[in-house]
Design a binder for this molecule. Sequence first.
Ligand code: COA
Length: 179
Amino acid sequence: MGTDKDTQTSIFNKSKVNPPILIRKCTLEDLDKVKEVNENELPEDYPFFFYKSILDNYPDSFLVASVKNNPNEIRGYVMWRVERMPSKNSLRLVNKAHLVSIAVSEDFQRLGIASALLSDSMLAIKKKKINEYVLEVRVSNYRAINLYEGLNFKTEGIKKKYYRDGENAYYMVYKVNKH
Ligand SMILES: CC(C)(COP(=O)(O)OP(=O)(O)OC[C@H]1O[C@@H](n2cnc3c(N)ncnc32)[C@H](O)[C@@H]1OP(=O)(O)O)[C@@H](O)C(=O)NCCC(=O)NCCS
């Protein structure tokens, strides 16, 4: 992966990815395609204004995987928000990056795209003085759990009936090493 400037955060050039994929910042024009990927891959869908508000508030960590030679074709996305919360052990407030959603289109899965989206977006949001990255994942979603464990997220608890259909969620955390 090489670094680029402006909206392109990295070029994803693994030989097995064909056509080549570019990881770059999301734009307003991408949002309909992002919504489409979400609706195809996840049971949770969101109204357009929700994507727009995440883009308006956290543009640096809202990334898409687009086809390099046809940047309008979106094959994956990741989005985060930042929450200011009391720390677990004191009244000090800390910044948590909370994963809002990530998905990769079925034909492009298992090529390392989600890993690249996560690493690039976590790096991009780090400048907001993040102490930890947190997420919820369906207890049945072994693909995503493997993905997060591979990036050193640890399960810290279960949120009962977190999803609308009653499924439980694992609460997973990646703590930033301050030393
Ligand atoms: C979960 C998801 C985002 C992974 O995207 P991806 O681009 O295929 O992931 P990667 O290729 O980067 O895979 C990284 C790791 O995730 C795990 N993983 C991904 N797909 C897997 C599968 N089908 N079976 C088991 N583990 C899998 C593996 O540990 C993999 O590493 P490896 O290939 O070295 O074994 C994708 O399957 C998806 O979009 N699923 C539907 C949406 C979703 O569940 N989002 C998460 C909501 S919390």
